[in-house]
Design a binder for this molecule. Sequence first.
Ligand SMILES: Nc1ncnc2c1ncn2[C@@H]1O[C@H](COP(=O)(O)OP(=O)(O)OP(=O)(O)O)[C@@H](O)[C@H]1O
Ligand SMILES: C[C@H](N)[C@H](N)CCCCCC(=O)O
Ligand SMILES: [Mg+2]
Length: 201
Amino acid sequence: MRPYFVTAIGTDSGKTLVSALLCRALGAEYWKPIQCGIPADAATIRQLNPQTRVHPEAYFLQLPASPHAAARAEGVQLDARSLQLPATDASLVIEGAGGMLVPLNDREFIIDLVPHFGAEVVLVANLYLGSINHTLLSWQLLQQRGYPVRGIIFNGTPNPESEQIILHHTGYKKLLSIDQHEQLTPHLLEQYAATLRTQLG
Ligand SMILES: Nc1ncnc2c1ncn2[C@@H]1O[C@H](COP(=O)(O)OP(=O)(O)OP(=O)(O)O)[C@@H](O)[C@H]1O
Ligand SMILES: C[C@H](N)[C@H](N)CCCCCC(=O)O
Ligand SMILES: [Mg+2]
């Protein structure tokens, strides 16, 4: 089975939350190849999903910045070719960093990891004012590149008009809508994972 690559229309969009839900839904393992700054997303996954196997980062950079800048600050050269999938027979959920055109270096972007890993994209889209534009720009990039997209997950205060027009244009399968919550309780995580399991099944 192809790994899932969780990307989004920007940073702080809910990729780590969605990755936790996918791991729960599929009994999958988690990997964030490039971490910039702390707390590490891997630590959040361990907190949300103590049962999920978490693979160590290939690059753990200290600066909470774009990977190309965080790497430069440490004299590290990021290169997609240096990244190898963790050895496992299980399903794997790979989390990107920020949005799709976040640079790894002067040549490559985070989204270049999708074909490198032979992955299928899960796109996380928020529902703030302005997110229709950001989501459709992300869709156009994925279309241009011809990458496989398993579906879209909406995250944030419900906005059915935004969801409808995004689904109309993209034709993506809606896998889930996650509401904005005061607290993400284990019960909520389980409910969302169950819905996701049905949609992916
Ligand atoms: N639906 C939601 N309800 C409540 N809090 C949320 C929700 N979605 C995300 N958050 C919170 O928003 C913050 C950012 O989410 P998250 O860390 O998943 O973003 P990200 O896309 O993984 O960011 P990065 O690009 O740094 O990896 C976190 O504190 C997370 O718990
Ligand atoms: C540090 C942060 N939480 C993310 N991991 C990286 C976000 C990079 C965003 C770069 C940009 O689009 O300007
Ligand atoms: Mg994250």
